[in-house]
Each structure stands twice: as structure tokens, then as C-alpha cells.
Design a protein around this ligand. Sequence first.
Ligand SMILES: Cc1cc2nc3c(=O)[nH]c(=O)nc-3n(C[C@H](O)[C@H](O)[C@H](O)COP(=O)(O)O)c2cc1C
Length: 331
Amino acid sequence: MLRIGSSIAVALAEAANAAGYAPSIHNTQPWHWRVLPDRLQLFADRSRQLAATDPDGKLLTLSCGGALQHARLALLAEGWAAQVRYLPDPADPDLLAELVELERVEATPEAMRMVQAMRTRHTDRRPVSDERIPAAVSAAMVGAAGDLARIHLLTGDQVIELAAAAHHAGEIEADDPMIRAELAYWTSKSAPAGTGLPQDVLPARQPETMVPARDFGTPGTLPIGPGHDDHARYALLYGDDDEPTAWLRAGAALTQVWLTAVHAGVSLVPLSGAVEVTTTRQTLRGIIAGLGYPYLVMRWGILDPAHAGPPHTPRMRTSQTVDLAAVTREG
Ligand SMILES: Cc1cc2nc3c(=O)[nH]c(=O)nc-3n(C[C@H](O)[C@H](O)[C@H](O)COP(=O)(O)O)c2cc1C
């Protein structure tokens, strides 16, 4: 039987497992973890990068940043604080980050709550209800990003601008055969086992919302009611920088905001179409008056609790994403 050598290595391996719950663009899970005796390394797995939709790998990097924060929170909930070292090896740009210098701390209830929320968090693309998000909850979600990235809550006029941009991005992507093929692949059984979007998490028809949701090109089987997005809030995650570290930090911010939302009973749907297309990304930049770089649009809202949400999307087996070779021995 294979055994893991030390208690730190066990905690690191468990953190890498917990990171598997993280959201990722098209559920590509584009990460790979290496557990070392004293650190946890996060690599990009370019074999699951969306070459047409995300040629620069920015949304891959954001997805990996989200997974990194999952690992960090899982360690905290077990009483380990870790430092993050971004891009520690200039010779290996796929080594995105490592968690190092582990120190014993008291596990906080806050970290434990966040870890619980990891297991229930999921993307629910149905329209939102008429219930508004209380101002204190929106403020807590904005605050949850801390100094990782910034969040701008859109005004009514800006939502109209966003709607036009999202619509335009959808048209451009629908006209691109490579992007269409990529979507078809990740929503089909051809996607690698445990990845992609099965039919039962996708709405049976496009919801009638002001800001169009991503059209996955294939109807799902998730029943949706007549709702809309009149009472949704749209938020833009952005920051000062367009470099990989900033996209990793944006992913960590998304994790913080989303897990806070789960705890408060708020549904969050990422909308990345308008970020993927250069011209509409410029429109988003205009919304923040050119004061930063847009990373992701989010829809925040309250769903009707009377109706069951979609099932959880699948995940890859951890044996495929976590390399334990350096910390296991026969015994
Ligand atoms: C960077 C990023 C971009 C995403 N973009 C969209 C999007 O445009 N539309 C959408 O419906 N879901 C989007 N998602 C949600 C993913 O499809 C979802 O996280 C993934 O399928 C895993 O499902 P889960 O969140 O239910 O665990 C995005 C997620 C991430 C991390």
C-alpha cells in the first residue's frame, strides 16, 4: 500500500483534492498539482486550454487562481497557513504558483465555513427571482475580494451597455467555427471523463434576460421557469494589471466572493463571453472608465428556493490531477 510520508504532505494532498471542487471555464479543470514534502505546486494543464475561446490562457489562469484559493482555504481549515509564491520559476511559465512556508495556526470558523461552501457551490444558470439581494450582502461580497482584485457593481445604464456587449460577443463567437467546435466538444461526451458540461446542468432553453447568458449551442435538460434578471446585480471583477499574476489573483477573488455568496444564499453565475472578445472587452473597460483591466462579469441573484437546482457538474478523479509521487512510499 502507498502511504504519504508526513502530516504536512497529508494536509497538502487533501488541499489539492479540495481544489478539485473549484469552478473553471467550461469545466475544463485546467490544473495539475504536485505535492512535495514541504510545498504544493500548481501547474497549468495546457491540454485542457480552450485554444480558440481563450488563446492567451487568461481564463485558464483565472480558473487555476480559483483552485489555488480553494487549496489555501482547505489548508487554513486544517490549521495550516501558507504563503503563495506566484510564478516561482521564470524558466517554467506553466508552474503558476506554489503554496510554501506552512505554519501551524488555529483553524478559524470562517475558513471552515468557506470549505463547507466549496462542496455545495455550483453554477445555476436559471433566471433569478424577484427577491433583491440585501445591500449588506452585496457589500460583504464586494469586500470578500479583499486586495486580490476589485469589484464594480454596475448601474442600470451600465447593465444596458453590458447587455449590448454580451449580445455582440455572443454573435461574434457564434460566427466563429473554431469556437463553436470547442463549445460542442466541451458539451459532448467526447470531453475527457469527468470534465465538460453535461446536458442536465444546462437550461432547456435560453432564459429571457436583459443580459444574455452564454448560448452553449445545444439545449440542455434543466427546466427553467419564466423568470428574468430584473432583480439581478451585475458585477465586474477587474484590476490594475493584465499579467498572469493578476489573473491568478482574480481567480482567488472569485473564489472568495463565490463562497461568501453561497453562505449568504446568493447565486453567482460567471459570464466570460464579453471578456473573451477583444472589442467587447474594450466596452467593459469603458464601463470602469479605463481605470483597469476587466477579468470577469458576474451575475448575482436570489433563486426561487421552491425549485431544485441543477445537479453538480462532474469532476476528474484526483489521481489524474494530483501527483503524489514525491511524498508516497510503500508501507
Ligand atoms: C473563468 C470562468 C468563466 C466562466 N464563464 C461562464 C460563462 O460565460 N457562462 C456560464 O454559464 N458559466 C461560466 N462559467 C461557469 C463554469 O461553466 C462552471 O464553473 C463549470 O462548468 C463547473 O461547474 P460548477 O461551477 O457548477 O462546479 C465560468 C467559470 C469560470 C471559472
